[in-house]
Design a protein around this ligand. Structure first.
Ligand SMILES: Cc1ncc(COP(=O)(O)O)c(C=O)c1O
Length: 369
């Protein structure tokens, strides 16, 4: 699905130098490379505060911990996402309240948010799934009308631009109160291990979250909050500084591959290619097709047999997962999610896809149909 080796080969010298510099300095924990990367990412994202942390799951947890929430408070999010999004809500003793998705963009359906709001609702976590933003104009309006906070899960959308209906622009993760991302190796900005970050334009909140990520301390050995030990590793920060310079080019390479796929499938009636939401750039963390007539699983087997690693993101809605039975949901509660789970298939998507590979993949898909 990804070609991390091919990408590394292209920028090997710079990456190796950056790693060696950290080793030479022996500043392994909170070394200067972390602060450098933080500043570079603040500039790139055009956001006041970036708080680097250990991974994208911690980033979500830290964001929630930064808000003054009480046990049982409700957080609205989507059942069609990676588990981390609802896992941290439940771990903190809060209640995930799920809202069905839009069948075209796979993102949370804003039209269905309002009926899920109760007196206990405190925040919405839109997930910018597969590389494009949820409908932030509508979500921000709902949040404002109901005094809710927004935490954007931008783990899959780093670098995606968003244009508001009034013409304003911003990047995924900087559009609400807090944004989070992941530097998991296969992400659009991937480290050589785990990593994550939190974004906010609220400096006081940024200071608080930074303290929580550092055991809850602002002054050494004085603890203002119950915190975590969630640091971005210095070697990872040094690698990410190199890769950040290439992020826009990496995203363009993904978009070019997506355009090739779109074009090759334009006459293939039994599949729908990804829909681009008008307000958001799509940076194609995943290229996800919808397959008609119940043929998804046989297409997957066919491709796998031909050596093409197609994947199902995600096979089951989070409302149907055993660990979350306590939420009281059952089959049929989120019909769009359930239908989409049975239809989607993601094709290989990364920065190194060449014409020969794209030709082989698309011809194989078309051969199946
Ligand atoms: C939507 C989403 N949220 C959160 C995460 C968690 O990030 P991490 O794996 O860095 O903890 C991921 C990816 O893994 C993700 O895809």
């Amino acid at each position: 699905m990804v070609d991390l080796k091919g990408q590394y080969e292209r920028i090997k010298e710079e990456i190796n130098e950056s790693i060696q510099a950290v080793i030479d300095s022996t500043a392994f924990i909170k070394g200067p490379a972390v602060k450098t990367f933080q500043n570079e990412l603040e500039n790139y994202m055009d956001v006041k505060r970036v708080i680097p942390c250990a991974n994208g799951t911690d980033a979500l947890q830290l964001a929630l911990m930064g808000l003054d929430l009480d046990p049982g408070d409700e957080i609205i999010t989507t059942p069609f996402t990676f588990i981390a999004t609802i896992e941290v809500i439940q771990l903190l003793g809060l209640k995930p309240v799920l809202v069905d998705i839009d069948p075209e963009t796979f993102n949370i359906d804003p039209e269905k948010i309002e009926i899920a709001i109760t007196v206990r609702t405190k925040a919405i976590i839109p997930v910018h799934l597969f590389g494009q933003c949820a409908d932030m104009d509508k979500i921000l309006e709902i949040a404002e009308n109901n005094s809710l906070k927004i935490i954007e899960d931008a783990a899959q959308a780093i670098g995606a631009g968003y244009t508001f209906n009034n013409g304003g622009i911003g990047k995924a993760g900087t559009l609400g109160n807090i944004g989070t991302t992941s530097f998991f190796p296969s992400k659009n900005l991937g480290a050589f291990g785990d990593g994550g970050a939190i974004f906010t334009n609220n400096e006081a909140l940024g200071d608080k979250i930074a303290a929580i990520a550092n055991h809850g301390m602002k002054k050494r050995y004085y603890y203002d909050y119950v915190g975590l030990n969630s640091r971005l590793d210095t070697i990872q920060a040094a690698i990410l500084s190199v890769k950040l310079k290439y992020l826009d080019d990496f995203n363009t390479a993904r978009q070019n591959a997506a355009n090739y796929y779109d074009d090759a499938f334009k006459n293939t009636n039994e599949i729908s290619t990804p829909v681009r939401f008008k307000n958001s750039e799509h940076i194609f963390h995943q290229y996800t097709l919808k397959v008609k007539n119940g043929k998804r699983d046989s297409l997957k087997s066919f491709l796998n047999e031909k050596g093409i690693p197609a994947m199902i993101y995600y096979p089951v809605g989070l409302h149907m997962q055993n660990a979350y039975k306590n939420l009281g949901y059952s089959e049929g509660d989120f019909p769009v999610t359930e239908k989409i789970c049975s239809k989607v298939i993601s094709l290989p998507m990364h920065t190194e896809l060449n014409e020969q590979q794209l030709k082989y993949i698309t011809e194989s898909v078309n051969e199946f149909f």
